[in-house]
Write a new protein. Structure first.
Length: 127
């Protein structure tokens, strides 16, 4: 379920990036609101996903989805380059995301979380 949530977070990251571009430097109120809401939902879902997925993996996947999705949007809607080199590089990002996902089961349980309010002893990840 965390991987599905992470995927949705990546889609909302794309929404935020498209909103940022379309906001015209925050002069367009509607697109500015779309940017803020997209990024808020994206960050919230990323935080939820990191309860189960290590932050390094989750962040790499989240930014990969955002980068590839936003680049595809730019190519199809904004007339950005569709060169074979660009597509090859984007394909490598997708390959990296897929590989991270397939190796995640090898990582084991998440590490203990340190609490600043405690006496410096690690807590379970569930607390």
């Amino acid at each position: 379920m965390s991987w599905l949530i992470l995927g949705i977070a990546g889609v909302f990251e794309c929404v935020g990036a498209v909103g940022l571009k379309s906001s015209d430097g925050f002069r367009n109120r509607r697109w500015t609101i779309i940017f803020v809401l997209g990024m808020f939902v994206s960050m919230f879902l990323l935080a939820v996903a990191t309860r189960e997925i290590p932050i390094g993996t989750a962040y790499a996947v989240w930014t990969g989805i955002g980068a590839v999705g936003t680049a595809i949007w730019g190519m199809h809607r904004l007339g950005e380059s569709k060169s074979w080199r660009r597509i090859a590089c984007l394909s490598l990002i997708v390959l990296g995301v897929v590989t991270l996902r397939s190796t995640e089961s090898e990582a084991g349980p998440p590490p203990a979380v340190w609490s600043e309010a405690d006496d410096g002893q690690p807590l379970d990840a569930d607390h």
